[in-house]
Design a protein around this ligand. Structure first.
Ligand SMILES: Nc1ncnc2c1ncn2[C@@H]1O[C@H](COP(=O)(O)OP(=O)(O)OP(=O)(O)O)[C@@H](O)[C@H]1O
Length: 269
């Protein structure tokens, strides 16, 4: 399926490179000819309304999406390559943990699945629990955790083995403002201290300013990419939400064929 640009990712510090990325689901084109890059070590926000294709794009990046065409390179390899399995962490929207295991047992199980050596497992599990600030609740059954705590266990699972790229699908949905702030702090700490690249989706525009770079999507298309400041500057707006609306209008105008001008005699030119 994919063609390649060998070595491009490491040479220019690109974690994800997409060109002409198109995905068809159930006969519908849900990603339409997307071209973009995600810089290594950045926190990049994937923003757009519900149904615009964020999850599909993330699934393509982690290699679980069928019917992907175009170029999609992840950490120097075609998306979905076996070598990327331990280098890319993915957290889906619904927390995927076993309810009848404790948070720590969940992590221990996934650490074993990941192939971490038994003598290293405890250290990785303890680190992941500390990262998401769940050490106090480590021995509670996942079934007894709150929704927000369960999503943090899912995030901790993705952090095991210190992946180079973390793909997080709406990780802050349903969290209170304090937890949301703490999670964004964690994302930046991972990028700054470990050089992790984070691709984080959200349909809430007020999270835009927490990202260094943004990919703005609507209806399967990429409206724009850049830093929040660049996007505001380019559109002459004060807030990323206004920049988004401006870009939506501009895209709509570009798509709408102009009515043919009509001559005085009533014939169309
Ligand atoms: N199996 C499928 N068959 C047909 N269309 C599908 C299928 N799966 C998803 N879609 C459509 O693809 C589009 C993109 O879905 P996707 O889940 O990627 O959006 P999203 O931006 O992540 O939305 P949300 O924020 O609500 O999760 C939607 O219009 C959805 O209805």
């Amino acid at each position: 399926m994919m063609n390649s640009r060998d070595g491009a990712a490491s040479r220019d510090g690109t974690a994800v490179h997409a060109h002409g990325l198109t995905v068809v689901r159930g006969g519908r084109t849900v990603l339409d000819d997307l071209s973009f890059t995600v810089r290594r070590g950045s926190v990049t926000g994937l923003l757009g309304p519900s149904g615009c294709g964020k999850t599909t794009l993330m699934r393509a990046v982690v290699g679980t999406q069928a019917k992907v065409t175009g170029t999609l390179r992840v950490l120097d390899h075609p998306a979905g390559s076996a070598v990327l399995r331990a280098r890319v962490g993915y957290v889906t929207q619904a927390p995927s943990v076993y309810a009848d295991l404790t948070a720590r047992q969940n992590l221990d199980y996934f650490a074993a699945v990941l192939g971490l050596a038994p003598d290293e497992r405890n250290r990785h599990v303890a680190q992941a629990l500390t990262d998401v600030d769940l050490t106090d609740r480590a021995d509670a059954l996942a079934a007894d955790l709150s929704g927000g705590e369960r999503s943090r266990v899912s995030l901790a699972v993705a952090l095991l083995g210190e992946p180079e790229l973390l793909v997080l699908d709406e990780p802050t949905v349903g969290l209170d403002p304090v937890l949301r702030r703490d999670l964004w702090r964690l994302f930046h700490r991972l990028a700054d201290e470990r050089g992790t690249t984070l691709l984080v989706s959200s349909h809430v525009m007020d999270e835009a300013d927490r990202c260094e770079r943004l990919l703005l999507m609507r209806a399967g298309r990429l409206l724009a990419e850049g830093s929040p400041d660049e996007l505001r500057h380019r559109t002459g707006t004060q807030a990323v939400e206004d920049a988004f609306l401006h870009l939506v209008d501009a895209a709509r105008d570009a798509d709408t064929p102009r009515p043919a001008s009509v001559r005085k005699d009533g014939n169309r030119r």
